[in-house]
Design a protein around this ligand. Structure first.
Ligand SMILES: NC(=O)c1ccc[n+]([C@@H]2O[C@H](COP(=O)([O-])OP(=O)(O)OC[C@H]3O[C@@H](n4cnc5c(N)ncnc54)[C@H](O)[C@@H]3O)[C@@H](O)[C@H]2O)c1
Length: 300
């Protein structure tokens, strides 16, 4: 319920800024013309934006998500080239059904985007880590991705082609950016991509992931509201948006959708096993903690 409420909050706040998730829907030929994509976690946030972008570029998209109502609504908003199937990525049978539904509806599967994921509420110290919560997050963020790749491969191997994408995170690249459980789950995605790319390349299947910086989606806004209790949603969105390194830009869902569009398209036909980091340079540097020159005096 809360997640749905937040989804609506972000949706409304974007709408107030004059934006729409279905903005720019067009029928002209695009970079994914004739392709069929299945995207998990596409009822909201990055997945929804990517579904929009893929459809704008000529693809047919199946939205697979655990949020039934929001998923149906998103599919209706995106028009006849979108459809929705209810899917909990922790249930292998749901993933398998979503793949079979896509193939029975569109006769093939060109793109599988394993994007569904959750943040986690675990204690900051390893000493206090609740391993039951750890297992639940791993079930969604890691096991769900493996199940998605397994069942997409079942269809793509006989096709001898396909593009598999996953969403990792900057928190999977560097320590200290989030709670251990989330960080570990996103680090695992980068390893999964390398391992699976090694096997699937001989069938012409490419496997890549994207590591975004923080974006104000329901996932991150929900998490930040917990860290800043009593602070209103709009202020929390500003905090997320002002946390980057690159001046003059904020990281948005469309930045990830553009990366996904490239990796899914034939423009990336020789790119596999890659982690495309979308972070405005954030993870490429650290600064020395030197004091300001005018704050330093010689010792006497
Ligand atoms: N927002 C960020 O700052 C950020 C940064 C880096 C990576 N990511 C990753 O991006 C991905 C998308 O997240 P988002 O930011 O768009 O958040 P979001 O909450 O808007 O979207 C996540 C979607 O996943 C769905 N989902 C959750 N559990 C599921 C399950 N068991 N089965 C099927 N669907 C399920 C949710 O219903 C939701 O629609 C996640 O993997 C997240 O970890 C997000």
């Amino acid at each position: 319920m809360f997640r749905t409420g937040l989804s609506k909050y972000v949706f409304i706040s974007r709408a107030l800024r004059g934006e729409s998730f279905s903005r720019g829907l067009s029928t002209q030929a695009g970079r994914l013309e004739g392709k069929v994509a299945l995207i998990t976690g596409a009822a909201s946030g990055i997945g929804r934006e990517t579904a929009t972008k893929f459809i704008n570029n000529g693809a047919k998209v199946v939205i697979a998500d655990i949020q039934h109502q929001l998923g149906q609504y998103t599919a209706e908003e995106l028009g006849p080239n979108a459809s929705f199937i209810s899917c909990d990525v922790t249930k292998e049978s749901d993933i398998s059904n979503a793949i079979d539904y896509t193939v029975s509806k569109h006769s093939k599967l060109d793109i599988m985007y394993n994007n569904a994921g959750v943040a986690c509420k675990t204690a900051p110290s390893i000493v206090d880590l609740d391993l039951a919560v750890f297992d639940r997050v791993m079930d969604i963020n890691v096991r769900g991705v493996i199940a998605g790749i397994k069942h997409a491969s079942r269809v793509m191997i006989p096709q001898r082609t396909g593009s598999i994408l996953c969403t990792s995170s900057v928190t999977g690249l560097m320590g200290g950016l989030s709670q251990h459980t989330y960080s570990v789950s996103k680090c695992a995605i980068i390893g999964i991509v390398k391992s699976l790319a090694a096997e699937l390349c001989k069938y012409g299947i490419r496997v890549n992931c994207i590591s975004p910086f923080a974006i104000a989606t329901p996932l991150s806004v929900h998490e930040m509201c917990r860290l800043f209790p009593g602070i209103d949603g709009q202020r929390v969105i500003e905090i997320v948006q002002n946390s980057g390194a690159l001046e003059g830009a904020i990281c948005e869902e469309s930045d990830v959708a553009n990366a996904a569009l490239y990796l899914a398209s034939d423009e990336a036909k020789y790119v596999s096993g890659h982690n495309l980091v979308v972070d405005g340079g954030f993870t490429t540097f650290k600064s020395f903690g030197f004091p300001a020159p005018d704050a330093v005096k010689n010792r006497v």
